[in-house]
Design a protein around this ligand. Structure first.
Ligand SMILES: Cc1cc2nc3c(=O)[nH]c(=O)nc-3n(C[C@H](O)[C@H](O)[C@H](O)COP(=O)(O)O)c2cc1C
Length: 236
């Protein structure tokens, strides 16, 4: 299937004005009937720099409500959220994850300037966002089996459910006029996250989502054409 350009409305980074922009949609695809939803889905971008303006608890609760509206396996809702809405809480996590990253990358034999630059960039991103939310998985209410293969599948379903909550969170943030970005760092050091934030032992961190008013417009990231990632089994 070939791609053709189609104009759909877009919000600017501050969401104060609308303008038309051209994106590629699959040939023959008509625009989604709900233009606002289409704009939120189509123009959501990872925003990594934020203005210092704080976000009210009310807004954060709306984002969490959207996140928990996601589908989940057996409706077990295995997601858990840790809201870091103070500088101290973000500093504590960023410092602890930075120490682990330094250990890991030093063991890999990486150059120390490169390691420190990486740690510093991550620290700045986490601490300068007015809010960061850690999304965790808790397997407590999920099914448990006698064999590893089914336990692995069950864990994967919990992770999938939590990822869906994450996407709801990103779209809800955009609908609130906010930018957001997923950071995978906690996934590489779940025990560090538990210890530094004093979480229940079974909360396995999956991702961190930073949220705030966009300071700069986000970069455009191209997507693969549908025909590279799709196989159809339609009747000819
Ligand atoms: C599972 C996952 C992990 C990600 N981890 C990071 C990260 O650690 N740091 C970062 O800057 N962006 C991260 N991202 C954001 C991606 O880089 C981004 O979604 C991708 O480049 C597409 O850009 P867009 O979100 O602006 O469309 C992550 C996204 C996902 C889904």
């Amino acid at each position: 299937m070939r791609s053709v350009p189609v104009a759909i409305p877009e919000y600017s980074a501050t969401l104060t004005s609308r303008r038309a922009r051209v994106v590629t949609m699959a040939k023959n695809a008509t625009p989604m009937p709900d233009a606002e939803l289409a704009a939120h889905i189509g123009y959501r971008r990872s925003v990594r720099r934020y203005r210092p303006a704080s976000i009210s608890r009310d807004v954060v609760e709306r984002l969490l409500t959207a996140a928990s509206s996601a589908p989940s396996a057996h409706n077990k809702q295995p997601w858990r959220f840790v809201v870091l809405d103070t500088f101290d809480s973000r500093h504590t996590l960023a410092r602890a994850m930075g120490r682990k990253l330094r250990l890991d990358r030093t063991a890999d034999g990486d150059a120390s300037e490169s390691i420190e630059a990486d740690i510093d960039r991550s620290y700045q991103r986490i601490t300068q966002a007015p809010v960061a939310i850690v999304l965790c998985v808790d397997m407590h209410d999920m099914d448990h089996y006698r064999d590893q293969a089914r336990n692995d599948a069950e864990y994967l379903m919990a992770v999938q459910s939590t990822a869906m909550a994450g996407q709801n969170l990103l779209l809800a943030a955009r609908a609130e006029g906010l930018g957001a970005c997923v950071m995978c760092a906690p996934l590489f050091c779940p025990d560090v996250v538990i210890e530094s934030l004093q979480l229940p032992r079974q909360w396995r961190a999956q991702m961190l989502v930073t949220i705030g008013e966009p300071a700069t417009p986000a970069k455009e990231r191209p997507r693969l054409p549908l025909d590279q990632v799709t196989q159809w089994r339609s009747r000819q």
